[in-house]
Design a protein around this ligand. Structure first.
Ligand code: KG4
Ligand code: ZN
Length: 375
């Protein structure tokens, strides 16, 4: 079945990007294990939103790309139909259709981007390819995401299961990667340590909960790259140190007190490293206006509090978008599309129309400037 069949009557309308600029934007997110759709008015007002966190991966202790792609394919038609119904809109009422087109798991990206392109073609609307990391990077600017509006340039610390990087966000399309992990992502480290402690998946929230009962000073653990120049991260040594502490008890029940102490000590080590790396990343920028943290790990209260101290010491506001905007979602994708449209309009460039763009498992942020002719 054509992906758009379930949602629209095919009319083969001509694509009229210029005429479409002012309408609502529908966006799809499918780069990992969240299947999501959102429709935003041009001012960012949410007209409709649906999100399903796929639970089929829990039994495997991590995201299985093939299962994720098939689930996106199965879930998307109804999800998009429901989102349109909530907004009270038909596809022809939309101004544009967007999708996370990379980076991410290629199967899911192909499903989401092709679904969106099918919908765009069928309804005669332009398609906007959104870089998933750019969507995270611009999410603190979504109206209401932060107490104070966040202006450029700001430091984004993006910490999730798949990402761990410091990005100087200097404008729409203007991103400088200051540093990132040289091995595991922060959330990945949380998930792996949680697994060693016999907690479920994803492990971050369970580990944080267990850590509340423990003493963060109980176990001496390394702080990889702490104090080194630059703002790269490394978590594999820390993870190995935790494994060594558990020793032969891996996968067997560690006494709860010991497990809690280890969880708290691990979390403390990650928080220390993040605070150090964020402070150094701020030093690498000339006039940062704020420190922003996003991604699933930003939900961690100990890490948030530590980063808040870093911002305070630098005399900067601290912003952490609400959790629903921090983790993968389609609102941030639609918002990034809106910011892109506004920037092209401001520069007098043609309205974006990316139908020919293929999904990309890797898509460096540095390439985003090309859209605005400033690469
Ligand atoms: O952004 P996200 O929902 O998905 C991507 O990975 O893109 O982030 C999920 C990650 C998982 O690794 C999860 O364990 C971690 O964020 N996480 C946490 C917490 N909540 C989620 N890590 C530490 N503390 C938490 N409270
Ligand atoms: Zn993400």
């Amino acid at each position: 079945m054509h992906p758009a069949d379930s949602c629209v009557t095919l009319t083969c309308a001509q694509n009229t990007p210029a005429a479409a600029a002012g309408g609502p934007v529908l966006a799809i997110e499918s780069s990992c294990d969240e299947t999501a759709c959102a429709i935003l008015a041009p001012d960012g007002h949410v007209l409709g939103e649906r999100l399903i966190s796929q639970d089929a991966h829990a039994m495997f202790g991590g995201v299985v790309p093939e299962i994720a792609a098939r689930a996106h394919l199965a879930l998307l038609p109804a999800l998009v139909r429901e989102t349109l119904a909530e907004a009270g809109l038909a596809p022809r009422d939309l101004g544009a259709i967007a999708a996370s087109t990379g980076p991410g798991l290629i199967g899911g990206l192909i499903v989401g981007a092709n679904f969106s392109k099918g919908l765009a073609l069928a309804s005669g609307r332009p398609f906007i390819a959104v870089n998933h990391i750019e969507a995270h990077a611009l999410s603190p600017r979504f109206p209401g995401a932060s107490e104070e509006p966040v202006g450029f340039p700001y430091l984004l610390l993006l910490v999730s299961g798949g990402h761990c990087q410091c990005i100087a966000v200097e404008g729409v399309g203007k991103y400088r990667r200051l540093g990132g992990t040289i091995d595991d992502a922060a959330g990945e480290a949380f998930d792996k340590v949680a697994k060693m402690l016999g907690l479920g998946w994803p492990g971050g929230p369970a580990l944080e909960k267990l850590a509340e009962e423990g003493n963060p000073q109980a176990v001496s653990l390394p702080r990889p790259l702490h104090g080194r120049p630059g703002c790269d991260f490394s978590f594999s040594g820390l993870k190995t140190a935790v494994a060594r502490q558990i020793g032969e008890d891996v996968q067997t029940a560690l006494p709860r007190r010991e497990a809690a102490d280890l969880a708290a000590s691990f979390q403390e080590a990650v928080a220390d490293v993040m605070a150090d790396r964020a402070a150094r990343a701020l030093d690498m920028m000339t006039t940062p206006s704020a420190l922003v943290v996003a991604g699933g790990v930003a939900a961690n209260r100990v890490i948030r509090a530590r980063l808040q101290e870093v911002a305070k010491a630098a005399g900067l506001p601290f912003a952490a978008p609400p959790l629903r905007l921090c983790t993968d979602n389609a609102v941030m994708v639609a918002w990034a599309a809106i910011e892109t449209c506004r920037e092209t309009a401001r520069l007098g460039l043609p309205f974006p129309d990316d139908l020919k763009m293929r999904p990309r498992p890797r898509w460096p942020l540095a390439e985003m400037a090309a859209r605005f002719g400033t690469a």
